[in-house]
Structures are given as C-alpha cells and as structure tokens.
Design a protein around this ligand. Structure first.
Ligand code: AR6
Length: 179
C-alpha cells in the first residue's frame, strides 16, 4: 500500500526489512544496543558482526541509549548505508509515557536521517514485538508522527514501514487508510 503524506511517499510493506533497498534501515533496538531477536537479530544475521562491534563501541563511548532516542552505525553487508538504532519503550500498560516515548523514537530517527542527508528510510513497527506495544496504537503513533514530521520535511522522499508479520502489516494498512 502507498499513500502520500504531505510531500513524502509512505509505503507499507509485508516482508523482511533486511531486504529493503533504502539508504537507512531503522532497527528496533534496546538501550545497550545488544542485538538479540526480532528485527535486531535479523539485521545482525544478515548485516554481519561489524554492526554489533560498532554498536558496542558506541555504548562504551557514550553509554546506553535513552528510550526514545537513536544511535547510528554503518550497515555492514546490508544494502543500506546506515542503521539508525531506535530505542522504543517496553509496554507496561500505557501509564509509563510509552506513547510519548515511541513518538520520540520515530521522530528522532526521521530527524537523524535528515542529518545524514539520506532520501529513503525503512522502519519496523518499533516496540510492537518483543516489547509488547499494542500494534494498532503503534500504527496510529507512526501515522501521527509521520504527519507531524512531513509538514516541515525538506529531505526525505520516501518512508517505508515494513513488517514480516502479515496480520500486523494489515493493521498498519487499515490505520493508514483512515483519514
Ligand atoms: N522484518 C520486518 N519486521 C520484522 C522482522 C523482520 N525481519 N522481524 C520481526 N519483525 P521486535 P521490539 C516485526 O521484537 O518490540 C530485540 O531483541 C515484528 O513482527 O523486533 O521493539 C531487540 O534487541 C514486530 O511487529 O522489536 C530489543 O531488545 C516488529 O517487527 C527488542 O527485541 C518489532 O518487533 C526490541 O523489541
């Protein structure tokens, strides 16, 4: 599915994010950039150990990444130029500012992509897997964040949201179809 949000093309894709041909792939990371399962595990498996090595060096130098913030590494063997590691919140029932923190993670990744001077970016549904964030609410927050960001966007041409899970992907399609 494709929609134009302000001046940016937004594509929702059912598939493996590591196969996307984009300038930046966003990782659904944890604070210590220890890439375990889910998207992070897939990125490491295909991108190679250099991504973990660079991540470890980052944490050694700057400390753990705050929830809602991002860190950048190169993308190893992946076709992308960079990985933006975005740390989403763990869902604790919604009373721990999880929504605000997810929005911050998305907006921080978009802003960082502009600083890197890239044109295309692919996001996973940050926090909605191992971190337990409700998928529909996650999709709504993605939509709100992209609408907000693209009002003043002068750098990105295309934003993709890629999910390997068909049902989760369909929830995103439904949310982005509603005005
Ligand atoms: N391509 C696209 N989407 C995927 C893929 C893939 N290869 N694999 C999973 N998904 P998750 P989180 C979807 O768990 O909740 C890791 O251990 C999945 O269906 O990757 O933010 C990290 O190191 C779900 O909708 O991210 C952290 O510790 C979405 O991606 C922790 O998990 C996000 O699922 C982060 O958990």
């Amino acid at each position: 599915m494709e929609v134009k949000v302000n001046n940016v093309l937004v594509k929702l894709i059912n598939g493996d994010i590591t196969k996307e041909k984009v300038d930046v792939i966003v990782n659904a990371a944890n604070a210590w950039l220890k890439h375990g399962g889910g998207v992070a595990g897939a990125i490491l498996k295909k991108g190679g150990y250099s991504i973990q090595k660079e991540s470890d060096e980052y944490v050694q130098k700057y400390g753990p990444v705050n929830t809602g913030d991002v860190a950048v590494t190169f993308a190893g063997n992946l076709e992308a130029k960079y990985i933006i590691h975005a740390v989403g919140p763990i869902w604790h029932g919604g009373k721990n500012k999880e929504e605000e923190k997810l929005k911050s993670a998305i907006l921080s990744a978009l802003k960082k992509a502009c600083e890197l001077g890239v044109k295309t970016i692919a996001f996973p549904a940050i926090s909605s897997g191992i971190y337990g964030f409700p998928v529909k609410r996650c999709a709504e927050i993605f939509k709100e964040s992209i609408e907000k960001f693209t009002k003043n966007n002068t750098c990105l041409d295309e934003i993709r949201i890629v999910n390997i899970d068909k049902e989760d992907h369909e929830i995103f399609v439904e949310v982005f179809s509603n005005d």
